[in-house]
Each structure stands twice: as C-alpha cells, then as structure tokens.
Design a protein around this ligand. Sequence first.
Ligand SMILES: Cc1cc2nc3c(=O)[nH]c(=O)nc-3n(C[C@H](O)[C@H](O)[C@H](O)COP(=O)(O)OP(=O)(O)OC[C@H]3O[C@@H](n4cnc5c(N)ncnc54)[C@H](O)[C@@H]3O)c2cc1C
Length: 287
Amino acid sequence: MIDRGGVVFGAVFNDNFEVEHKYIETKENIELLRGPKYVQSKIGTSYRQVKDFLESGREVLFSGTPCQIAGLKNYLVKAYSNLLTVDLICHGVPSPYVWQKYIKFRENKAGSEISKITFRNKKMGWKQFSVSFLFKNNTEYNKIYSNDLYMTAFLKNISLRPSCYNCRFKTLNRPSDITLADFWGVQNIFPEIDDDKGASLIFINSQLGEKIYSEILDNIVYKEVDILDAVKYNSAAIKSPLPHINREKFINDINIYTFDKLVNKYCKDRISIKLILEKIMQVTKKD
Ligand SMILES: Cc1cc2nc3c(=O)[nH]c(=O)nc-3n(C[C@H](O)[C@H](O)[C@H](O)COP(=O)(O)OP(=O)(O)OC[C@H]3O[C@@H](n4cnc5c(N)ncnc54)[C@H](O)[C@@H]3O)c2cc1C
C-alpha cells in the first residue's frame, strides 16, 4: 500500500502509552503499527482523515477492530474503491482507564518511566508469549501472559468495555475485506507448519481482499483450511466473552487498591468450599 503511494491507518502508542489511531505514509513508520495493543484505541479524528484521503483519490488501508471498521463504513456512508479494510479476531478491548492504572503501577514498581512496551514478546515462544516493558532507567519487566496482572484481568473478561460482552461482530460475516488473527490450535490441524514462531489466520472476506491477497502469495507460506476448523480453537471469532461476575466491583475498586491487590482480589481462581466439602463427603461415604 505504501509503495503504491497509499496511507495506512492503525493503532499506535502515543507518548503517554495511550493507544490511538494514526496514519503512516512511510515504511519506516510501519513499526509503530506493528504488534497488538490490548486496549481500546481512541479513534480521534481518523475517520474524517480517511474520508479526506479517499476523496482526494489516495488509496487507504484502515486496520482496527471489527466494530471500528463498521464504524468507519457507517461514517463514510458510501463505498470507496480506494479503501481496503483489515480487521482482527478480537477477544474484546480492555478499558483505557484500566490500562493507565496498570502502566502507572509498573512505573511505580520500576521507579522509572516506560520507554517501550511489547504485548507479544516471543522470546519464550508464540504460544507462551510474554508482556514486556522497558524502562528509562534500563530495567526491564518480562512476564508470560498468564502471570501478568493486566493480561490476567483481560483474559478473565473483567476489564473489557461493556459493549464487548454483547458484540455484534462475533460472526464469520465480517465488515472488512481481510481479517487477521492468530491461528490458535494450528499444531492440531497443520503440525508440520507449527514452529512456535507464530502462524496467522487470514479470512478473505471480499473480492478486493482476494485481489490483494493474491498479490502477496509469492511472499508467504500458506495453506487453505476450512473456516470452521480454523476457528475451533478461537471462539473469540464467533462468541462474545462472558462478563466476569465481579466486573463492576473490579471497576469500582480500581482507585481503592493497588493494581496487584485489585487483580488478586477479583481474578484469583478460588477452589469452591462447596466443591471441597462434596469431595470430603464422597470419601467419607466410601469409607
Ligand atoms: C484487543 C485485541 C484482541 C485480540 N483478540 C484476539 C483473539 O481473541 N484471537 C485472535 O486470534 N487474535 C486476536 N487479536 C489479534 C492478534 O493479536 C493479532 O493482532 C492478529 O493476529 C494480527 O497479527 P499480526 O502479527 O499480523 O499483526 P499485529 O502486528 O499484531 O497487528 C497490528 C495491527 O493490529 C491493529 N491493532 C493493534 N492493536 C489494536 C487495537 N487496540 N485496536 C485496533 N486495532 C489494533 C493495528 O492497527 C495493526 O494494523 C486481538 C487483537 C487485539 C488488538
């Protein structure tokens, strides 16, 4: 797209590590868009900017969550042949307020401001990806996603925006031309291509998507897969996340507890006392 003189919109970190939609026009800046940011991004004035570029005849690639693509299309009203849209399979987006609390917590722990954040560090592999922070005092934080407080809250569905629990875009009929995702479960379907460095899942949703995809085929290693097999291990493609029973308490208490105490209070798996009692009773019955 950039080689053809087009512009590319996507989610970037700003100087305060908030996530917002921006556009880039050079290859050097692609790095800014790369990598998922597990936070709702601010759309800002990007829809208006897209419209201005389209009206001036420039090609535009707009990437974002499926609801952001649908929002853009509603805003534009009419279809533009110079617009390519790319969405993601989206588990849901956490609240930017929760994210701000988390990064302040990390900065306090490190005693320094952040210089870089990566949500998907593959040092330990793609399946065991880690969250990493670099700080201006040259210290580092690195935790496998399942041990990271923010990712725990995200994956337990306690920090998502309310609209995500009833998402209209959990469907295989996508508003975009192309959908990108992680091919979770690839080891069960194509074990021969699973190198734990990451396999993407790509849905081609329109003729334009098909055309663009056919232009890059020489540069990628690909296999076709039945779409229902492909989403077997990625329920976020078709199902909204179930709201966590303590979501409201979590949000209400966010300014009362430190981030670690908050997540430990509401997200820890507790073995139910009822279950333990039932087990004890079964054993005593047998005796
Ligand atoms: C909030 C969120 C939830 C996700 N949930 C799932 C899931 O359940 N299952 C799954 O298979 N994949 C999920 N993904 C997608 C996955 O993490 C990868 O982004 C996707 O596979 C594309 O990977 P990539 O390496 O090709 O591109 P990446 O480099 O990961 O993606 C970069 C692109 O993603 C866009 N992007 C990044 N963060 C955001 C954001 N906050 N809002 C809007 N657009 C953003 C950027 O604009 C950029 O174009 C999710 C992504 C996000 C942001």
